[in-house]
Design a protein around this ligand. Sequence first.
Ligand code: 6GU
Length: 265
Amino acid sequence: MRIDVVSIFPEYLAALDLSLIGKARQDGLLDLNVHDLRDFTTDRHRTVDDTPYGGGAGMVMKAEPWAQALASVAEAGNSGGDGGTRPVLIVPSPAGAVFTQTMAYELAEEKHLVFACGRYEGIDERVLEWSGERFDVRPVSLGDYVLNGGEVAVLAMVEAIGRLVPGVVGNPESLVEESHSDGLLEYPVYTKPSSWRDRNVPDILLSGNHGKIAQWRREQQLQRTAVRRPDLLEKFDVSQLTKADKAALAAMGYDVMKDRIQLRG
Ligand code: 6GU
């Protein structure tokens, strides 16, 4: 997979040299390129922003440096020259659609992702319109809070997407049993020693009874999701529930209806 990131703070993205994603780059699984937006300006001051039309606080990112940068990375990614599938342009913004694990899975299938990191009050809207001619444009948000720019969001998204690219995570089994992969939060985990500061690992995990352990973990997932993320439980696919799951949910005060799970009362 090829990934291009355009930012006025390319140093922010240095963390992508580290750990799993850094290794994937070294191994040639991820072809990650970070570009400085200012390299696409033509004035002496390398200007990337200006005052907003209509007035108001802050500055807006100018269109032309973005057009130059995006045209350049679109061209660089089109090495086949066959005009195949359009690259996806991800525009991090608190005004975007919320980034989810499902979105990460979909984006992990793409050949070429481009991230356009806005700063200040955002990028001139005409850039997004213009980009639609050569990119599949997706404004994406991490959640309902405000960051100063897209860079930190890109670190999160590249990590979430990159780890799903085949070969990046050494043991693909570890992708199967993790939070959100099946719509539930992960069960709690423990390691040695079995007794630590008067706290013991649950007996069941020391029992060697793998059927019972699997059942306990599933119950923990349901319970944890009910307490921490009732919104996830309420949109959970009921057809994925076993008889034992339904019994566990009933014991926690949930009614399993035909098409959804609902808190009793
Ligand atoms: Cl993707 N960008 C910015 N600037 N702020 C955010 C965000 C993204 N997601 C949540 N807040």
